[in-house]
Design a protein around this ligand. Structure first.
Ligand code: FRU
Length: 522
């Protein structure tokens, strides 16, 4: 805690630190952990390295809010201290039982169990608290030492997500066997002995070598299982977050489910965790990873904005910005029925600020442009800009951050160099519509441009709902059909916002802009 306090005192002011996204603002942050709503308070714990801007010595940081907008820093909740977690208190979850908080987490130790590579021993542990602030590790830790040998490996066995159903405790965990990722289900009746129930889902080899951060919940009578496959061949980046939907038979853990779908089609959204709030909303937040060191920052990473999940029973999740964000709306302007002429640009505003919301409906029947572009955080010359693009013939939305970054050297390479090897061959296939000549410098195309193909081919309108918070951009497409999230680091003065219509005209039916207030001022 002292290290965090010192880092806070020493940190230089930074115009890229998000205003309403949950964020520690100093040192390293990764996965959201133990997200829980209890007695009107939202607790978000998180993977934290109090000693630097890079991953290491993983603790559990803690933030508390009452509205998802104002966040207060609470003391570090878990620190590596016991023989079973001396090298990290890895990801996990929280439940409240009989008024007591319980944090379930993975104790990580850097040793190599016999016959296994990677030098990790991972076991499941629990810490308890009466006040939700000070936690004590239970004396009977670790509570689960290993998966059954034929099921998983002790070197990759982590991220317990626990829930209670009619007094029975359930836990999902990520693991691997023979280089195939899987999610396993455990159960307890006495909260001391946990029995292995089943393997819920497993990679066929193409879906990755390890599944991280599983989460399971019911949504309108369907079972949703979220997880993060590492090294899936269908994905151009090393890791992604996604889900399958199906029916789970709790008695024997049989789970019949549909195909894997991505939760986010942008760059930076990983290790999400969901919570059911008092209004019955299933809310999910994820980690927006950031290479603080390469960017020269004294902080690294923040949480995504909270999203409400719904389904229409069609096997697809829809995601909606949480309503609480409306409280931040300030200055507004609205444009209706405006046509941007062929091969010209329309300035929306020269000063869109660094924290804003934009809701747009493009009339696709009256639009005959081949490409429609929205330039955000652009400078006068247009050399710096973050581009949201629609390719009408491909029905494809692109989030292009090739020219997004202003004052900083370095790129937001989120993962280590090692992670990126072996993926180069996939880049070109996965970035439809971008010519190979645009592959500049040493930043791979998939780390600069991401695309999403809109489901309805002949949609009459294209709807974008964009939130920008100093460095985070989150784009909701077609009322929650898909989300694209990513970090960009524009010069704080690059505030131009304009439309560009290429190869025909663009009919903007409706556009609403809101400057968003800093929650600290309201
Ligand atoms: C996901 C993850 C988890 C692990 C944690 C360690 O980002 O790798 O699987 O528990 O981070 O910080």
């Amino acid at each position: 805690m002292r290290a965090m306090e010192r880092a806070r005192l020493e940190a230089a002011p930074d115009a890229h630190i998000p205003l309403f996204h949950a964020c520690s603002g100093v040192q390293w942050l990764n996965d959201p952990n133990g997200v829980i709503v209890h007695e009107g308070k939202i607790h978000v714990f998180y993977q934290c390295n109090p000693y630097g801007v890079e991953w290491g010595t993983i603790h559990w940081g803690h933030m508390v809010s009452e509205d998802w907008l104002h966040w207060q820093h609470a003391p570090i909740a878990l620190a590596p201290s016991a023989p079973y977690d001396r090298d990290g208190c890895f990801s996990g979850s929280a439940v409240v039982r009989d008024g007591q908080f319980e944090l379930y987490y993975t104790g990580n130790v850097f040793i190599t169990p016999e016959g296994l590579p990677d030098g990790l021993l991972q076991q499941q542990c629990v810490a308890v608290s009466d006040d939700g602030i000070v936690f004590h590790k239970r004396p009977d830790n670790p509570i689960i030492c290993a998966p059954p040998e034929h099921v998983g490996q002790t070197n990759h066995f982590r991220d317990p997500k626990v829930w209670v159903d009619r007094g029975i405790g359930y836990m999902v965990l990520g693991t691997k066997k023979d280089n195939k990722g899987k999610v396993v289900l455990y159960r307890t009746h006495d909260w001391t002995h946990w029995e292995f129930v089943s393997t819920l889902t497993e990679s066929d080899g193409t879906m990755g070598h390890m599944y991280e951060c599983p989460d399971l919940f019911l949504l309108h009578d369907e079972t949703v299982l979220i997880f993060c496959p590492e090294g899936a061949l269908v994905e151009p980046s090393p890791r992604c977050a996604g889900y399958v939907i199906g029916q789970l038979r709790f008695i024997d853990g049989a789970f019949v489910h549909g195909p894997f779908c991505k939760l986010d089609h942008g760059f930076d959204f990983y290790a999400p965790q969901s919570v059911l709030d008092a209004h019955g909303r299933r809310i999910v937040i994820g980690w927006m990873p950031m290479n603080g060191k390469a960017l020269g920052k004294s902080w690294a990473g923040c949480m995504s904005m909270p999203r409400v999940l719904t389904t229409r029973g069609d096997g697809v999740l829809r995601q909606h910005p949480i309503e609480e964000l409306r409280a931040l709306r300030d200055r507004e302007f609205v444009v209706r029925d405006y046509v941007v002429d062929a091969d010209s640009a329309m300035l929306l505003t020269a000063q869109c600020g660094n924290c804003f919301e934009l809701i747009v409906t493009i009339d696709l029947i009256d639009t005959d442009a081949a490409i429609v572009e929205l330039h955000l955080c652009s400078d006068e010359s247009g050399t710096q800009k973050t581009v949201i693009r629609y390719d009408r013939t491909r029905h494809e939305v692109a989030f292009d951050r090739t020219h997004a970054n202003g004052p900083i050297d370095g790129w937001n390479r989120n993962f280590g160099e090692d992670d990126q090897q072996g993926f180069a061959a996939l880049h070109v296939d996965a970035t439809m519509g971008i010519s190979a000549s645009e592959h500049t410098e040493d930043v791979p195309l998939w780390d600069r441009v991401r695309t999403y193909r809109v489901q309805e081919k002949h949609a009459a309108a294209l709807r974008w709902h964009i939130f920008f918070d100093r460095c985070t951009l989150e784009l909701f497409i077609q009322d929650g059909e898909a989300v694209m999230s990513g970090l960009v680091f524009p010069h704080p003065d690059a505030q131009l916002c304009k439309w560009v219509s290429i190869g025909g005209k663009t009919a903007i039916r409706d556009m609403r802009y809101y400057a968003l207030r800093d929650p600290k001022t309201i």
